[in-house]
Design a protein around this ligand. Structure first.
Ligand code: SAM
Length: 160
C-alpha cells in the first residue's frame, strides 16, 4: 500500500477483485492495476458489468486487456509486475501456463497469488486437470526460485 506498485489480474469477470486491488493495495497515485479477460460477452453486458470500474475516481490507473492470458502475458515486459493474481481459467493446463508465464513477469520479490488451489472440480463439467495439481507442478519446477507465503484455498508465492 502507498507505493507505486504494478498489479496484474488474470480473469476480470465483473471487476470486483480488480477494484479491491485498486482500493486496498494500489492506493498510490502512480500504482496500476491491469486485468486480462477474453470478455466473451456482448457490448451492452460489458458496459453494465464495468460501469463501476469506468466510473471509479481512479479509473485512469486501470487497464483492461481483452484476450486470453496465454496470448497476452507474453506481450508484457518481463520483471515488470509486483503482484499477479491468477483467477482466470480453472482448467489445469491453463493454470500451469498462467503460473509459468506469470513467473517471468514478476519483479524479484514479487508475489504470485493463485485462486482455486483447493477447488475440487465440478462433476457436471469435467476439465482437463484441476488448478491444484497444476500449481503443485509449477511449485516443483520453479521451487528453488519461490518462497511459499500462504497455502489455503488460495496459494501465494514470492519470487526470490
Ligand atoms: C472467477 S472469474 C473472475 C472473477 C473476477 N476477478 C471478479 O472479481 O469479478 C474468471 C474469469 O476468468 C476469465 N477467463 C477464463 N479463461 C481465461 C483465460 N484463459 N485468460 C484470461 N481470462 C480468462 C473468464 O472470462 C472470467 O471472467
Amino acid at each position: 500500500m502507498g507505493r507505486p506498485v504494478s498489479i496484474l489480474e488474470i480473469g476480470s469477470w465483473e471487476g470486483r477483485s480488480l477494484l479491491w486491488w485498486l482500493d486496498n493495495v494500489a492506493t498510490h497515485s502512480r500504482a496500476t492495476v491491469t486485468s486480462i479477460d477474453p470478455q466473451r460477452w456482448g457490448a451492452a453486458t460489458y458496459r453494465k458489468m464495468f460501469r463501476h470500474v469506468s466510473e471509479h475516481p481512479r479509473a485512469q490507473q486501470i487497464t483492461l486487456i481483452r484476450g486470453l492470458s496465454r496470448h497476452e502475458l507474453p506481450r508484457l515486459p518481463e520483471q515488470s509486475l509486483d503482484l499477479i493474481y491468477v483467477v482466470g481459467s480453472h482448467e489445469g493446463r491453463d493454470v500451469l501456463l498462467d503460473a509459468c508465464l506469470s513467473f517471468h513477469l514478476l519483479t524479484s520479490g514479487g508475489i504470485l497469488l493463485l485462486d482455486d488451489y483447493k477447488w475440487p472440480g465440478d462433476p457436471d463439467h469435467p476439465l482437463d486437470g484441476l488448478p491444484g495439481p497444476a500449481i503443485d507442478a509449477f511449485a516443483v519446477i520453479f521451487g528453488s526460485q519461490l518462497e511459499e507465503l500462504r497455502r489455503g484455498y488460495q496459494i501465494a508465492f514470492r519470487r526470490r
